[in-house]
Design a protein around this ligand. Structure first.
Ligand SMILES: NC(=O)c1ccc[n+]([C@@H]2O[C@H](COP(=O)([O-])OP(=O)(O)OC[C@H]3O[C@@H](n4cnc5c(N)ncnc54)[C@H](O)[C@@H]3O)[C@@H](O)[C@H]2O)c1
Ligand SMILES: [Mg+2]
Length: 352
């Protein structure tokens, strides 16, 4: 789908015959859906709905992967009526994206109670039988989802979670009302607008030139080591947050810092993960682990990290082996940082 655009110049408007790209028209359409409740309501007629129960997405088991079923508006209305609820509950759904053909995608949680509606939680097991699937905790399903589905479900779960936690105005105590798309909530009594929020988190892979530093918290699965991560403090730049987190957690001062990429991460609350590579000064590599934050931290050689990257799944610790370990799954940005480091060091690690 493409649009011709109208541009304004010195107060006059001109029709421009530049064809807008599919990406631009899709982006403009999503913007309209967020801004205009009527357009969004209309989009539900032809849209697709993803279902959740208490923030766990509905999934169906296939051979090696989970499939994510979608429902039309009429299928959803039929389902709600079967469980004794009216179609008004669909207004609790949130917009999570759209296709290039402008089919809008929504997510609806059938397990959460909304303050602004009288809708009670629907029975999970009966719904699972009816829908021929299971509501599975997103974190547990991570390994068996494709990247497109997981990204959509991350967005959906984060938005549903945010709405669930922001049903009341923190100033007036009155229930807030969401717009159709779920891109904001407004307090009807004082008009304060609340927008979905995420916390900036820095994640850093520190290298001393030949080794990289990985750490684990006691809550991690056995054997799992990751890059150093931490929430940004109020008023900090990304660079300041990276330097502080590394100093706080392992007692090292950084020399150089390089941005790599970013990722939205929904666990336990929405974070924007900002991933960097960093180096320490040669010779200044002695780690002092902050045991209030970490269980352990250590330098790992290229060979150790490259072997861990190749290993599938999480490692189950074996007796008498001091350093076997695993790294985070492919979907996590920590995995990407570690992979980039291994690729960069592959050539320099070849035997002479
Ligand atoms: N996607 C990935 O690859 C990846 C890898 C590692 C960590 N992470 C995520 O990064 C996040 C931060 O890592 P961490 O636990 O090491 O952080 P951290 O080192 O900052 O330690 C967490 C502590 O920071 C404090 N804190 C400050 N601001 C906070 C806020 N806005 N929300 C929650 N706690 C806050 C709390 O006391 C909390 O116990 C975690 O949520 C984790 O899920 C993602
Ligand atoms: Mg940390």
């Amino acid at each position: 789908m493409a649009l011709y655009c109208r541009i304004a110049f010195r107060g006059k408007s001109f029709c421009c015959y530049r064809l807008l790209s599919t990406y631009v028209t899709k982006t403009r359409y999503l913007f309209e859906l967020k801004e205009d409740d009527d357009v969004c309501r209309k989009a539900q007629q032809t849209g697709a709905f993803y279902l959740f129960h208490s923030l766990a997405p509905l999934l169906q088991t296939s051979e090696h992967q989970y499939l994510v079923p979608r429902f039309s508006l009429s299928e959803l209305e039929r389902l709600l009526s079967k469980f004794g609820q009216n179609a008004q509950r669909i207004e609790d759904s949130v917009l999570i994206g759209c296709s290039e053909q402008h089919e809008a995608w929504f997510a609806l949680d059938l397990g959460l109670n909304s303050s602004s509606s009288t809708h009670a939680s629907l029975p999970k097991s009966e719904m699972e039988t009816e829908l021929k699937g299971s509501f599975i905790e997103l974190r547990k399903a991570l390994f068996q989802l494709n990247p497109v589905d997981s990204s959509l479900l991350f967005t959906a779960q984060s938005l549903l979670h945010w709405h669930d936690g922001h049903q009341f105005c923190s100033r007036s105590g009155q229930p807030t009302k969401k717009n159709m798309a779920g891109s904001k909530r407004v307090c009807p009594s004082n008009k304060i607008i609340y927008y979905p929020q995420m916390a900036p988190v820095v994640i850093t892979l520190v290298s001393d030139g030949t080794r990289c530093l990985l750490a684990r918290q006691s809550s991690f699965p056995k054997g799992l080591y990751s890059a150093l991560a931490g929430f940004c403090d109020m008023g900090e730049s990304v660079e300041e947050a990276v330097r502080r987190e590394v100093a706080e957690e392992v007692g090292l001062e950084l020399e150089r810092l390089q941005y790599s990429a970013s990722q939205h991460w929904p666990f336990p609350n929405s974070s924007l993960m900002i991933a960097c590579h960093a180096t320490v000064k040669p010779g200044q590599t002695e780690i002092q682990v902050n045991l209030r934050e970490l269980e352990a931290a250590a330098w790992f050689s290229y060979a150790e990290v490259a072997a861990a990257l190749k290993r599938k799944g999480t490692y189950i610790q074996q007796q008498n082996q001091s350093f076997p370990f695993s790294v985070p799954p492919k979907l996590a940005i920590a995995h990407q940082l570690i992979k980039e480091w291994v690729e960069k060091h592959a050539c320099s690690s070849l035997p002479d």
